[in-house]
Ligand binder design. Structure first.
Ligand code: GN1
Ligand code: MG
Length: 364
């Protein structure tokens, strides 16, 4: 994208002066995101939503705007300035919409950039793990009275294990021999873990674990921190949908406790950091403990394992499908991501008892 092209798009949004600079924010595997700067030194995040993946962009944006509105109401005791640092603020178009469709049929939305905010791809201190836990816990707490029926399920069955298994099975039928061979060992692991990885789904389906509003993409790079390393704001609300608490608990753990990036190829660098797990659980339960049932708490460690697994499975499936879903930078990128997540599960397994012991302490 050029500055001129982005300017023609940003001109469609309200009260924006001339663009002077932009830079791509390499933040996600699906959408394209740009940080733009205007002549008056105002910063915005301009985002092109991938309508191949998100089939109903208008409702996706509607979800995001409704969630921000709800959060702002819940935090209305804060000053306007503080509120804008704690909750995403969307910019309307000159036509009063929350998105703009360009002449190619691409959907764009714009948010105010939260100045002096920091994101992390990997965590390097217990404090960040703790703050991450607090912020995710707080998000779930604040959205717990949000009317979930107002939300459109933008990707149905997003964290549904049976659905992900059916996609995996279809990919096995279509994959090339070469890719099947390379994935072989990991395919075996998938089958070995199948039953255990459906436990949470069964508890959800039988109503033993309740459905609430969840974020569904709580990787640590979706949490903004301030300069003092305090949690500020949960971003990327694209996938806010009904779910169970374990989705958000576990997906955050997946990135917070991984000692390496999710696509690190050197698997010796990938392990599960139990100290960060403890710090995260402390922060998370500080915000949410009273709202969780003993059964929800009991299954938090399994939630961590299940969410790491579902990502391993999805990356593997996309590799077998010749990389049609996630952005990749090289042919084995998805396979490497998948191997990384399986290595993380192996390391988590070695510490699973300790995670459960910690859990028993937390319940009391
Ligand atoms: C995708 O696009 P991004 O990076 O926000 C994916 C998540 C995965 C994540 C893995 C809609 O999120 O489910 O956890 O990659 N989002 C979608 O990093 O599939
Ligand atoms: Mg996302």
């Amino acid at each position: 994208m050029t500055l001129k092209e982005l300017e023609s798009i940003s001109n469609q949004f309200c009260n924006l002066d001339k663009l002077v600079a932009f830079k791509p924010l390499a933040s996600g595997h699906i959408n394209d995101t740009f940080l733009i700067e205007t002549q008056k030194k105002l910063f915005f995040v301009l985002q092109r939503i991938n309508h191949g993946v998100f089939k109903d962009v208008p409702n996706l944006i509607k979800n995001k705007v409704l969630v921000s509105k709800h959060l702002k109401e819940k935090l209305s005791h804060l000053s306007q300035a503080e509120l804008k640092r704690r909750v995403l603020s969307f910019v309307e178009t000159i036509n009063g919409e929350n998105y703009y469709v360009d002449s190619y049929g691409n959907y764009w939305n714009m948010m105010e950039y939260i100045n002096d905010s920091i994101t992390y791809q990997t965590v390097k201190s217990k404090e960040i793990a703790f703050e991450g836990g607090k912020l995710i816990g707080n998000f779930l707490n604040l959205t717990s009275d949000f009317n979930a029926s107002k939300l459109v399920e933008v990707i149905p069955n997003f964290h549904d294990m049976s659905f992900r298994f059916s996609q995996f099975e279809a990919s096995l039928k279509n994959a090339s021999k070469e890719r099947l061979d390379k994935a072989n060992n990991y395919i075996d692991i998938v089958w070995e873990l199948k039953e255990e990885m459906h436990i949470l789904q069964h508890l959800k389906e039988t109503g033993k674990i309740k459905v609430r509003v969840t974020h569904n993409d709580t990787k640590i790079s979706n949490v903004l921190f301030d300069k003092n390393k305090k949690g500020l704001c949960v971003i990327d609300t694209d996938t806010v949908m009904p779910g169970i608490v374990h989705y958000d608990f576990g997906d955050a753990i997946r990135t917070i406790c991984n000692t390496a990036n999710e696509d690190e190829k050197d698997l010796n660098k990938v392990s599960f950091n139990l100290e960060y797990y403890k710090a995260y659980v402390k922060g998370f339960l500080e915000e949410l403990n009273s709202a969780l049932t003993p059964l929800e708490i009991k299954y938090l460690p399994l939630g961590a394992k299940t969410m790491i697994f579902i990502m391993a499975l999805r990356f593997l499936t996309d590799y077998l499908n010749n990389d049609t879903y996630y952005k990749t930078s090289y042919p084995e990128h998805n396979l490497d991501r998948s191997k990384n997540q399986f290595k993380l599960i192996e390391s988590l397994n070695e510490q699973f008892n300790e995670m459960e012991i910690l859990n028993n302490i937390s319940v009391k």
